[in-house]
Structures are given as structure tokens and as C-alpha cells.
Ligand binder design. Sequence first.
Ligand code: G6P
Length: 608
Amino acid sequence: MCGIMGYIGGRDALPILLDGLRRLEYRGYDSAGVAVYTGERLEIRKAAGKLRRLVEMVSAAPVQGTVGIGHTRWATHGNPTDYNAHPHSDCRGHIVVIHNGIIENFLELKEELHRRGHRFQSETDTEVLAHLIEEAYEGDLERAVRHAISRARGAYAIVVLSSHEPDKLIACRQISPLIVGLGDGETWLASDIPALLPYTRKVMVIEDGEMATITRDGVRITTLNGEVVEKTPIHVTWDAEMAERGGYPHFMLKEIHEQPRALQETLMGRLDHAGQISLDGVSLPDIFVERLEKVWLVACGTAYHAGLVGKWLLEHLSRIPAEADLASELRYRDPLVFGTNLTVAISQSGETADTLAAVREMKARGSRILAITNVVGSTLTREADDVLYIRAGPEIAVASTKAYLTMLVALTMLAIELGRRRKAIPDERLNALLYGLRELPGKAQDVLRREPEVLELAKRYAHCQDIFFIGRGLDYAVAMEGSLKLKEISYVHSEALAAGELKHGTLALVTDGVPVFALCTQRHVREKMLSNIQEVKARGAMVVAVAYEDDREVASLVDHVIPIPPVDDLLSPILAIIPLQLFAYYVARERGHDIDQPRNLAKSVTVE
Ligand code: G6P
């Protein structure tokens, strides 16, 4: 959940570290810190609060040197205070450590170290590592780090810098992500690719159980037992500009506007005119597809909401039973995996701890794993048998938007392809869906033109206490995502309901003036939705409908309508969510919140 940055080279390390932390701040933003080797000693600067507090601190008291480490924190152990911020050091200030993850046995290690005379400055689990390394150090930093790591249990990505051996950084990874950036006479380390983009696109992913020794000349990767691991660098195709705000006030708004382009990228080269879909990275053998008995869609947060849509599409188009599961639930519920099964793990980052754990569980039970993800080289891609990239480009805002849309497109293509191969879709329908997919980027652009209307609605409802979202079928899944977006960034209480469930309880909360967003894009349940709209109107609700632009009847029943262009009902979630994203964004803006970094949340949840 935290962001890690490291640099060793010929340039001044501090601006590079701060720039990297700025790009990683989405991973955690309750405190930040840096440590730089000045040529004589290690200097640490750290501060609770947003990164700008650290920036103020270092401008008042700069540190200079060509090797250093930086950290932006999302607290798990110890409150977000100055002293709990990373880096943490040993008793004598010769060793500094930054860490992302949790050392599960830290209390026991801390007591043991305490008894041996170590003095602790913080309440964190991380600090024990610095003291363990201090104790084990006998002139060989790598060895001392190996020893410390062998004592720690849990998830970690750590980076160590020591004034004993200031010509290197040592990094280890167990579960939490860590990437090395390779340059000419300089090397970087970061938790995620966007932090490296201004400097290099040649990267190497450190994998679980590996240690990387980083010097100005490059990197040497070994296992924790010391065996050398040979790796080829990966060339990243994202460019630095893609990870900048590009004139938008927030990454979230930029990413909402990037959606037509992102949809185009996701589709590019994958649809051919003969009705075939080529999913590069997915090679499900014919016999497997024929025998496939069940598909499990596994994910967290917004990706789970994409999974709910995926379940519907898969069952409808391929006639294979499908189930969407929250990864954090599935992994503990003893799932019944019999026969030929496929687990589709959906994760923007490819690093969400619960999703990875669920994948391992399903793999152990004999399921094939197909990953739908955005990040090349992420842990999920290495756990999976097949990988379908959503190609959304870097998503920085904590509230996911373009990744959700492109996940939906990836799932639609997968469902169509499985349906085609199992001969479950008539040709005519298949062609109509492919045509519909090709039209989506243009139609998404049309929906974005409704932004001024959505802004007006947001101004009107920004100060409401509760906002409800209702829908049926696929619209219910979209309602859930719309409600989550609103909660995440505007902090307005909101619930999503299957419209038919309203009268079984929640209708009691619908009173005069309460806003209800009604999604009305599913033609087969449209009549039922109209009744549900009447139900809430009769209780005084203010109803905002998202409906096809040719649906005059809905428009005549509700207080406001946000029209979307007509599409196949199976594709409508891809358009219907866009006004809800914009609504959440503008409500949060009206309420003056920090939109890209909402309270208590992080972009990538790499702890369980
Ligand atoms: C966090 C983010 C959500 C995201 C979820 C799953 O909670 O704040 O926006 O949907 O993690 O992330 P993933 O990277 O697995 O899609």
C-alpha cells in the first residue's frame, strides 16, 4: 500500500526521489520520507501528512547526495505520525530501511531485539528490519539483509541503504511489488512503473523471494539463498506524458476523458471482419473450451463490479455457468472446483493481495487461470496461464474509471469468443455485437458531451446525505459501480439496489427529496423498471434516469434524464457508467475533497 522509490547514479538524488514519490503518492499519502547518503552520513527527512509537507521540509533543510531512498506511506502499523513515517533506521543511524507490506511477526522480533538492547523510535513493524540488519552486519550488507529477511514473516518489498556500503541499494521482495529501472550509469527502484517513466522504459521486475543489489552499473538479482537469477529487461510502451495530468485539474477527470481512446486501444487488432476475435495472450485449447464447466470471476472493488457484468455476459453469450466472487471471500469459503474450470482474475494493478491469494487457491484446486489486467509484468500475470491486457494506459487516480470500462470490453470479447467457439451465438447476433463494440469509442465520446448537464446535477445534489442507485440485470451491476464511485470520493452515503429488492426494506429510506438514480438500459426489464421508478416517485424521490436517448417514456416520468446513445443491451454498462463517474467527480469537487487521493483509500491494496 505504500510507495517506494530508490535512486543511485550521478545526479542529485533528492529531486528524483521526490518526483517518484509524487507519482507514487496514489499508493499511500499519510506520510512520506527520504534518506540520502551525503558522502559522509545518512540524512533522513520525514513528515506526517501529504507529500507537500516533506517537500516544504526538504526545501528548508535540503539533503544532497547521489544515492537515496524515498517512501510514501499508507499506515498499517502505527499511526501516521512523523516518527512512524519511513525511512526507519537502526540504533546508530548507519542503516535505513523503507518497506511496503506487513511483517507479521514483528512484535515477537521487537521484544527479542529490545531485550538485546535495541532502542526503537517508532511503532512500526518496519523498524525491526533495520535493527535485525544492524545486528547481523559483519562487513557484508547483502548477507546481513538476507539474514534479517529470513527472520521476517509476511509480505514485503524493502529497500535498504547503509553508510557502511553506500555504493549500493539492496531490495527484497515477498508479495509487494518492486521494479528496477535501468539507465546508463544510473539505476532506479520503484513500486510501480509510472514513477520510472520520466527516466527509463527499460525495467526489470523483481519477483517473490528475490533480492536485487542495485548499483550505478545495473542490477544483480539473486534468490534469498544467494543463487544468481538471470533476467531479460522488459521494454515498457507507456510514455511519461501518459502519467501526467496534462492540463486536467485531477487525474480522475483526465482518465474519464481518456476512456474513448482507451476503448479503442483495448479493441485494437482484436476484432476481425470475419467475426473472429483474436485475444493475444489467451490460448485456451479447443478441448478445454469444449469441456469448460464453470467460470469463476474473481476480483476486488471496481474490478469485482466488472466481474459482475462479466458473469452476466459469459452466461448469456457462451451459456457456461459463471459466478462472480469477491476475492477476499472466495479464498476462505472452500470453493467447489470440479472438472474443467476457468478462473478469470480481474485486477487493474495485478497486485491486489486478496485477488492473488484467491488465484493461488483456485490454482491449487485445479482451475486454469486467465488474468485480465492493465500492468505488464505484474504478479498476477506471472501466476496466470493466460493474460488478457486491457491496455488502459497508466491509471493514477484512486477511483478507477478507464480500467473499469476497458475491463468490461475485455470481458465482452472473452464472452463472445467463448460463445463463438461453443457455437452458442447465432452469426447475426455475433456480427451485431462486433459492430456494437467497434462503435463504442465514438459513443463513449457522445456520452462525455453530457458533462455540463451532469455538472448541474452534481451542484444540485452535492449536499444530500444519501443517494440511491437502482437497476435490474446488468444495470444493477452498473448501479453498484456508480454508488461505489460516489462513496469513494465524495463521502456521501450511498447504496445500490436491485430495483426489485427496494420494497423489501430500503424503500423505507426513500423520502421527500432523496435522489435516486435509476438505470434503465435493459429493454427486457424496462417495464419493471418503470414500475420501480413510480414506486420511488410516489415516496417523494427525485429521480435521475440514465436511459437510451430514444426512450421518451422514461424521460416523461423522471425529474432528469441523462441520455446515452442506443446500443445492444449487453454493451450498455460501458456507456451508462460514464455519467455516474462524472457525477461522483463533480459532487466530490463541489464538496471540496481531494479527488485523486480520497481519505483512507489507496490505489493498490497489497495487504490482506
Ligand atoms: C483498491 C482501489 C480500487 C480497486 C481495487 C482493486 O481498493 O482503490 O479502485 O478497484 O483496489 O484493485 P485492482 O488493482 O485489483 O483492480
